[in-house]
Every structure is written in structure tokens, then in C-alpha cells.
Design a protein around this ligand. Structure first.
Ligand SMILES: C[S@@+](CC[C@H](N)C(=O)[O-])C[C@H]1O[C@@H](n2cnc3c(N)ncnc32)[C@H](O)[C@@H]1O
Length: 214
């Protein structure tokens, strides 16, 4: 007879990055992961579908291809490649790892900046039409408070679209934060569902898209 604990997924043990604790460790790990295209090769091997699923959802609600989009935690630019595929032409990338930013294909993004998304972002209020954040709400990466900054830099009626690794969704308080923002009428939920993400490793993510109310 099965143990009840066997039905709980131990997501935190599945991928080495999930064991990291500090922002320093996370940065160092990604700096090394980018060498010789290893991150992109691993994502291909794992059949990581986060960028495609997120942009597929985003494009249903964002018909203006000239929208100015902030890709928060852009890494090697996998979300940028999907945005370009669907005709978006005006997006900026931001990431903690300069080494990953250096691997982003030239001219894919109009601008790339190095940022720590756990701190205030040096961008003026209501600048972007949309924020995308894929794969970056996960173990020891970026905390729920970053959603306040995403709201601040997004225009009224703009969109915020993100994934949250299922393993930290409750533990880090994303569930509470999302509901608080709904109750405060800071945003309206358009979709929120469990996406495949890294199904090959049995790791799924919540995928949400919200309309900003100001
Ligand atoms: C799993 S990768 C996802 C990258 C890309 N969005 C994708 O889907 O391939 C997570 C990214 O978050 C970045 N990251 C982690 N902590 C961060 C922080 N505090 N501020 C900004 N970026 C961070 C990492 O450098 C890495 O590029």
C-alpha cells in the first residue's frame, strides 16, 4: 500500500539549482551554466517549454506587435526568441548573470541590462506595455515582492505574464501575494493554470497572465 507522502512531488530535489541558497550562489551557477551554450543545450534536452507556453498565452491578449516588453530574468534569451517568432519587435531583457546576457543573440533584444530583481528596478513608472518573467520565480531566485515592481513599471491596462515553479508557489508566499494584488484591485486575472514547464522531469509551473489596473 502506498505511503501518503509518495503522492507529494519532491520538486526541490530534481535539479541542482534548486539547492542553491543565496543570490550570489545563483549568479555564480548561471555564469558557469552559460559556458559553451550548456544552458541552452540542457533546456533542449529537458524539453523546457516555459518560454513557448508563456508567449503562446501572452500573444492571445497582446495583439500590438510594437508593444514594449520587459523580459525579467531573460537569461540566454529563450523568451526573446519566442517573442520574435510571433512578430514582436520591441523588447528589453534584464538578468542577474552578465555571463548569460553576453550569450544572448546579437540584436534580438533592443536593450539588455544587468539587474537584481529582488531590489528596486531602475526603470520609471508605467514605462512598459508588458512584463514577461519565465523560469525566474523558482528556488532562491526572485521573491514575490518583485511583482510590486513589475506593476510599477507597467502601464495601466498592460500585461504581466509569468511562471512560478510549483515547488515554491506556496512556500515563498506567491499564492498570498497574487490574491492580495487581486483584492487590492491592482490587477485582474486573465488566466492562471498549471503548465507543462519541464514535464520531462515532472516539474510543472503555474502560469499566470494579469491585466494591470491603475
Ligand atoms: C531558469 S532561468 C530562466 C531564463 C529564461 N527566462 C528562460 O526561460 O530560459 C532563471 C534566470 O533567472 C535569473 N535570475 C536569478 N536570480 C535573479 C535575480 N535576483 N535577479 C535577476 N535575475 C535573476 C538567472 O540568472 C537566470 O537567467
Amino acid at each position: 500500500m502506498g505511503n501518503i507522502f509518495m503522492s507529494l512531488k519532491d520538486v526541490g530535489n530534481k535539479v541542482p539549482i534548486y539547492k542553491l541558497k543565496t543570490t550570489e550562489e545563483v549568479m555564480k551557477y548561471y555564469d558557469e551554466w552559460g559556458v559553451e551554450n550548456k544552458y541552452n543545450n540542457d533546456m533542449k534536452e529537458w524539453n523546457y517549454t516555459g518560454p513557448k507556453e508563456t508567449v503562446d498565452t501572452f500573444k492571445k491578449y497582446s495583439t500590438n506587435k510594437d508593444s514594449i516588453i520587459f523580459d525579467a530574468g531573460c537569461g540566454t534569451g529563450l523568451v526573446g526568441l519566442q517573442l520574435k517568432r510571433f512578430g514582436y519587435n520591441n523588447f528589453h531583457g534584464a538578468d542577474l548573470s552578465q555571463k548569460l546576457l553576453d550569450t544572448v543573440p546579437k540584436d534580438l533584444y533592443q536593450k539588455l541590462i544587468k539587474v537584481d530583481l529582488n531590489k528596486p528596478i531602475d526603470i520609471k513608472d508605467s514605462f512598459y506595455d508588458a512584463v514577461m518573467c519565465v523560469g525566474t520565480f523558482t528556488f532562491a531566485h526572485v521573491k514575490p515582492q518583485a511583482l510590486d515592481e513589475f506593476l510599477r513599471i507597467t502601464k495601466s491596462n498592460g500585461l504581466i505574464c509569468f511562471t512560478i515553479n510549483e515547488g515554491i508557489y506556496k512556500e515563498y508566499g506567491f499564492d498570498k501575494k497574487i490574491n492580495e494584488l487581486k483584492k487590492q484591485n491592482k490587477w485582474k486575472e486573465l488566466e492562471f493554470f498549471k503548465s507543462d514547464y519541464i514535464a520531462s522531469k515532472d516539474i510543472n509551473a503555474w502560469l499566470g497572465i494579469y491585466k494591470v489596473l491603475k
